[in-house]
Design a protein around this ligand. Structure first.
Ligand SMILES: [Fe+2]
Ligand SMILES: [Fe+2]
Length: 398
């Protein structure tokens, strides 16, 4: 016989309050698992600030995925209109073995309203209740109501003291829409999902790095270079969303990709020495390429970037290299395709490819850059030649 906790709700979005409550009740009531059941869409959506049922479901899955004893059910997803607990429980009774015991998890305050719910007499026959309240929150009214429900319906209600965190999804949505941080309140994966989908008015410039880095970048880069930087960050963010890569990393790599671009020659050489950036013969002849290798060192040492993939995306954004990671390809391409690059000819094809086939977009881009530099009589960096050797097999891939 299994004892399953039921957490119903809109989960818009799921947050630490839901998760700590479910875990605490699971532990205290000896539940085998907790089933989260996100509600379907209301019949009349009042505003765009409420996420769709499918997004709320996906966020709930992401929020629960590191707990083997949490599961998410989609039984309410397709249902329009108000969800009644009694209907949900009746469906669960059909889906689970007969001897399953369901424990409906709720806040103690809801107990006061429960006999106004639909068909309480049926509901109490389908499940027991775990009513959670803050420690020391002794409420005579609730205790009296529990006695009353036990007598009238034969209800089984456990009054459980819980240290679960009390927090509201409304407040969280408001914070997100104002660009405030919800880290630790909402699981990281869920924040990533909100960012990628732009839920609750999230915009990439709400990332904390933007506020910190953009001040310095604005100071150090020419206005046109700064505009290009923002263009690359946003384009890399968009592409990462399309390809299911980490959009936050892509945005940060885009922001910093040209962070060493406006240093004069002396300063660039001085910093290369300081950060031990090795300059090969081609780089000495083509100082224009130095900024990407130096940029990675500056990003690491002065902007505190620790992620190797982000640093490589900065390091190889001008030359490319063979077998780039997806993040490297994204930043390499975004540097070329961001909307501000209007003056470049022949970009349309690369722009189109960049949204559905990274490798063949890279093959096109390398071909174009190498051809362009050859025409200008510039030395081609061996990394670019090797990269083209590697990527040409993707050329024109269908
Ligand atoms: Fe660059
Ligand atoms: Fe750039």
């Amino acid at each position: 016989m299994k004892k399953i906790g039921i957490m119903g709700g809109t989960f818009d979005p799921i947050h630490i309050g839901h998760l700590t409550l479910a875990e605490d009740i699971r532990d205290k009531c000896g539940l085998d698992m907790v089933l989260f059941i996100p509600a379907g869409d209301p019949p009349h959506k009042d505003s765009g600030s409420i996420a769709k049922a499918s997004d709320r479901y996906n966020m709930t899955v992401l929020g629960c995925r590191d707990n083997a004893l949490f599961e998410v059910s989609d039984i309410e997803l397709g249902r329009k209109g108000k969800t009644y607990s009694v209907d949900t429980l009746e469906r669960l009774r059909e889906l689970y073995p007969k001897d399953t015991e369901f424990v409906f998890i709720t806040g103690a305050d809801s107990i006061l309203e429960i006999d106004k719910w639909r068909h309480p007499e049926r509901l109490f026959g389908l499940c027991s209740f775990a009513a959670a309240a803050r420690p020391g929150y002794k409420n005579k009214k609730i205790a009296k109501q529990i006695d009353f429900l036990k007598e009238k319906y034969g209800a089984e209600i456990d009054y459980v003291e819980s240290t679960a965190i009390d927090i509201s999804s409304t407040e969280i949505r408001k914070s997100i829409s104002e660009g405030r941080s919800v880290k630790y309140v909402v699981p990281d994966d869920v924040i990533g999902y909100i960012a990628e989908k732009g839920l609750y008015g999230f915009a990439p410039e709400f990332y904390p790095e933007f506020r910190i880095f953009s001040k310095r970048l604005k100071n150090e880069l020419k206005p046109s270079r700064y505009r290009h930087t923002i263009g690359v960050a946003e384009e890399a963010f968009r592409m990462a969303c399309i390809f299911g890569e980490d959009a936050h990393k892509a945005y940060v790599a885009g922001l910093l990709h040209d962070c060493a671009k406006n240093f004069d020659r002396d300063k660039a050489f001085e910093l290369c020495e300081k950060y031990r950036v090795e300059l090969d013969d081609v780089l000495k002849k083509q100082p224009d390429l130095i900024h990407s290798f130096l940029g990675a060192a500056v990003a690491e040492n002065e902007y505190g970037i620790k992620d190797g993939d982000v640093l490589n995306a900065i390091r190889y954004h001008t030359t490319g290299r063979e077998a780039m990671s997806r993040l490297e390809m994204i930043v390499y391409l975004a540097d070329m395709t961001e909307p501000g690059r209007e003056s470049y000819t022949g970009l349309d094809k690369i722009r189109k490819l960049a949204y559905y086939d990274l490798e063949s977009a890279v093959a096109e881009a390398l071909n174009r850059t190498i051809g362009f530099n050859r025409e200008k009589g510039r030395v081609i960096h061996p990394l670019s030649l090797k990269a083209f050797e590697y990527y040409k097999k993707y050329y024109g891939r269908k």
